[in-house]
Design a protein around this ligand. Structure first.
Ligand code: HEM
Length: 146
């Protein structure tokens, strides 16, 4: 086989392997990998910042602080869905302690999350799997009353 033909054959194999996603693939892979997760994170963060109640949490942050939160969030989602990332940020309890996130804020965040899922046409199965990763974090993120 000529080198170019070999290259074309290798490329065809790679593409078909990529196209054939199976249910056994990691959630990370089924979501479309790193770039897709980064795009979803950007959309979600913009919705949080633009939300009339949640926007207050992001006031007064420098561009670099927002960029740091964004990168930590991408790494956390990437890592939690089985991707090749390490999460080096703080734990959820420490990160959100003292900013008084309420149960209502949490519901609003879930609503914005749902909008992002719809915007990116994330299939229901993957939405549920992501939801199952986020749900247990509520007890560490929402402030305890009293
Ligand atoms: C109503 C819900 C939420 C609000 C209002 C909120 C707000 C914030 C704010 C204001 C910060 C910056 C804190 C600081 O640096 O002083 C932050 C950081 C962060 N949040 Fe949230 N958050 C929410 C939910 C979540 C959820 C569900 C996740 C995970 C899926 C998450 C993951 C993170 C991460 C990874 C950081 C950066 C950690 C670090 O800097 O070490 N947050 N959040």
């Amino acid at each position: 086989m000529k080198p170019l033909t070999m290259l074309a054959a290798a490329l065809a194999t790679a593409l078909s392997t990529h196209a054939a996603l199976s249910a056994d693939d990691s959630l990370y892979k089924r979501l479309g990998g790193y770039d897709a997760i980064a795009a979803v994170t950007d959309d979600f963060l913009h919705r949080l910042e633009g939300d009339e109640k949640l926007g207050r949490f992001f006031l007064g942050l420098s561009d670099d602080s927002v960029a740091r939160i964004r990168q930590h969030l991408i790494d956390l989602v990437c890592f939690s869905t089985g991707g090749p990332c390490a999460y080096t940020g703080r734990d959820m309890k420490t990160t959100h302690k003292g900013i008084d996130i309420t149960a209502d804020d949490w519901q609003r965040m879930l609503a914005r999350f749902g909008e992002t899922m719809a915007e990116f046409k994330v299939p229901e199965k993957e939405q549920h799997e992501l939801g199952a990763i986020v749900a247990p974090l509520e007890k560490d993120i929402v402030a305890k009353k009293g």
